[in-house]
Write a protein that binds this ligand. Sequence first.
Ligand SMILES: Nc1ncnc2c1ncn2[C@@H]1O[C@H](COP(=O)(O)OP(=O)(O)OP(=O)(O)O)[C@@H](O)[C@H]1O
Ligand SMILES: [Mg+2]
Length: 309
Amino acid sequence: MEEGAVVAEGLTKRYGDFTAVDGINLTVKRGEIYGLLGPNGAGKTTTVRMLTTLTQITSGNAWVNGYSVREEPLLVKRSIGLVPDVSNLYDELTVEENLLFAARLYNAPIERVRELIREFDLPANKKFGKLSSGFKRRTTIAAALVHRPEVLFMDEPTTALDVSSARNVRNLIRLLNKEGITVFITTHNMIDAESLPHRIGIIKEGKIIAEGKGRELKELMGKGMVVKLLVEPITSKLINEIEAYSPTFDEGFIVVTVEDVDEFLEELFDLKMRLGFKVKRISTELPTIEDVFVELTERNGCSCGGCPL
Ligand SMILES: Nc1ncnc2c1ncn2[C@@H]1O[C@H](COP(=O)(O)OP(=O)(O)OP(=O)(O)O)[C@@H](O)[C@H]1O
Ligand SMILES: [Mg+2]
């Protein structure tokens, strides 16, 4: 039996000639929240679908709760909950009827449905199709928990939710995790990525290109600070002079990562004297997961987010 709540070894999915997931290795420890972070089309949903037995693995294997996804799919299914990207509940059924249906599928006691409705504060008699996006998501999460799974897979649990509903879902995920549930989430929401997972895997074109705690991923950016500068005028001469810092542009700001803020300021002051621009605003920040994500996933393309020149 493999260690870890979720283990993938060389997990691969091909659609004809196209490789959607390309030899992924990962281990999610028991009790952990693991976040799979990646741009559209990176292979997040395909990975979740393989791990939850919904789509066949082309090569490699995976184990969930010690059960082989290839050889023991029913045991895997019984021990996991899944909140898919698009809800699998029925619009025409009420919240309670949907949960009762899920309970019947998993042989869970009816009392569990009442308990979930109470705990999640759900409108039992409302039709699922008539709920707001936030309550739809809460109900879908509740339905995934009827059989008290040890591992919960959630595919983009906060996508399409407003700020406060997304925050509610994040709080709910934290609470479930505190109660001992291992959580595997996919997201491209940077607030989720920054605040939820104990560890993050960044997936690009089917491959995990970086993995670790948020802090460890930020260290990949060097030990530096992010300096944001608003100067006038921005000239090609100025950009050339600071080329060594690989500047990017964000809503009119020049963004650079520097090892030594003091040294950079001296250089900037010297440039200001020579080129005669005005510094309107300047700030220093630690890199964010978003910075890491953009750096790693857009490295091959143009990383300039709208160069003003
Ligand atoms: N059934 C399928 N047949 C062929 N190609 C597919 C199929 N399902 C997914 N793909 C392709 O596999 C790649 C990965 O898709 P996947 O849905 O896993 O990405 P994702 O990371 O979940 O993206 P998103 O953020 O948009 O949800 C995409 O290029 C997609 O077009
Ligand atoms: Mg997806």
